[in-house]
Design a protein around this ligand. Structure first.
Ligand code: PEP
Ligand code: MN
Length: 359
């Protein structure tokens, strides 16, 4: 796999902009010309649209590929579209679309991804894979493995956030740790953020984009429409070319690392202290687990059930309160204690069943 293919589409970070959906030849051409003015070389446009409910606009289909062909001839721009089945792949290749992407609803289905990979065999088009809608890193990685298995090596990942039942200010929660883990496990894969589908709101694009750049992402894909309010899909989250220009001008590109010796020294000093704090956390965690183990044995000897809901409620209420004193966010401490409690239950279950393994 090589990461260098993205340099063919502009400087890093790579910017991809364009409408959620291709609607009319004029809308597509106006957007393409406007984003080209901003120095963007790769335009996105949905040709077939996966909609959650039927009877909404499902894309104009092959007709839009003809518009793209015309605009490409006129401007020299490159285009990226979503493909969701072998027929889409065939049409996209026939119309010489430059970059293809697999959408979030397709990435969840290994049959679909395999069919798309099979249809792509033999092309050297770059293929981007959006994260699956559910927070499952293996499924995302599996899609890259299927594509690699068919000889596709210009690959890239698009982080578009994950569905969640819980109330959230995001349309799709970012769960940044998942793409970061993907970056750790597949470091040669370019990672692109799609703040439009994460935020679901044009006002959130800038903040999410800045976060992505601060995490050293390789690019951004931002839905752009000449008149967002009138868009046939995803109206709320699209920005106008003028808004896009403003957002891009405000984004700060920080260096991933500094070569300055003084900076490195200071960083190392603080990191030493973090290492020490982590050792203390682990020691305390070990001490806590030993105590949990003692209770487990005590419960086993007296034939008492493991889960004590009253005690768990007490912990779940009090610890976030204790953390508040130190300025620790309640939601963070709650998540932390869910993990600790899960490990404690597992340990006591093992003790109850006289298993050797403790946790
Ligand atoms: C899109 O890019 O317009 C789209 C449908 O995205 P996703 O697959 O992320 O939902
Ligand atoms: Mn969209």
């Amino acid at each position: 796999m090589n990461k260098n293919w993205i340099t063919a589409y502009g400087q890093q970070p790579l910017y991809i902009a364009g409408p959620c959906s291709a609607e009319t030849p004029e809308q597509l051409r106006t957007t393409a010309l406007a984003v080209q003015q901003l120095g963007i070389k790769l335009v996105r446009a949905g040709v077939w649209k996966p909609r959650t409910r039927p009877n909404s606009f499902e894309g104009v289909g092959v007709e839009a590929l003809k518009w793209i062909q015309e605009i490409k001839k006129e401007t020299g721009l490159a285009f990226a579209i979503e493909v969701a089945n072998p027929l889409h792949v065939e049409a996209a290749l026939q119309y010489d679309i430059d970059v293809l992407w697999i959408g979030a609803r397709s990435t969840v289905n290994p049959f679909t991804v395999q069919e798309i990979a099979d249809a792509l065999q033999g092309t050297d088009k770059p293929v981007l894979v959006k994260n699956p809608i559910n927070p499952d890193l293996s499924l995302w990685m599996g899609a890259f493995e299927r594509l690699k298995g068919r000889g596709i090596d210009k690959l890239g990942a698009i982080h578009r956030g994950f569905s969640s039942f819980a109330e959230s200010r995001y349309r799709n929660i970012p769960a940044w740790q998942i793409p970061i883990e993907l970056k750790r496990l597949m470091p040669d894969l370019p990672l692109i953020c799609d703040p439009s589908h994460i935020g679901g709101d044009s006002l959130m694009i800038e903040g999410i984009s800045q976060m992505a750049l601060d995490l050293d992402y390789d690019g951004l894909m931002i839905e752009t429409h000449p008149t967002p309010a009138e868009a046939w899909s995803d109206a709320k989250q699209q920005v106008s070319p003028a808004q896009l220009q403003e957002i891009l001008s405000r984004l700060r590109k920080r260096d991933p690392a500094s070569q300055h010796p003084e900076f490195a020294d200071k960083l190392e000093e603080i990191r030493d202290q973090i290492d020490q704090a982590d050792r203390e956390i682990l020691e305390a965690l070990h001490r806590r687990m030993e105590l949990v183990g003692r209770i487990g044995e005590y419960k086993r000897n007296h034939n008492i059930a493991i889960l004590d809901l009253k005690r768990w409620n007490e912990i779940f209420e009090s610890r976030p309160q204790w953390g508040k004193k130190f300025g620790l966010k309640k939601s963070f401490i709650k998540e932390l204690y869910k993990l600790v409690h899960q490990a404690s239950i597992k340990m006591q279950t093992n003790i109850l069943n006289n298993k050797k393994e403790k946790y």
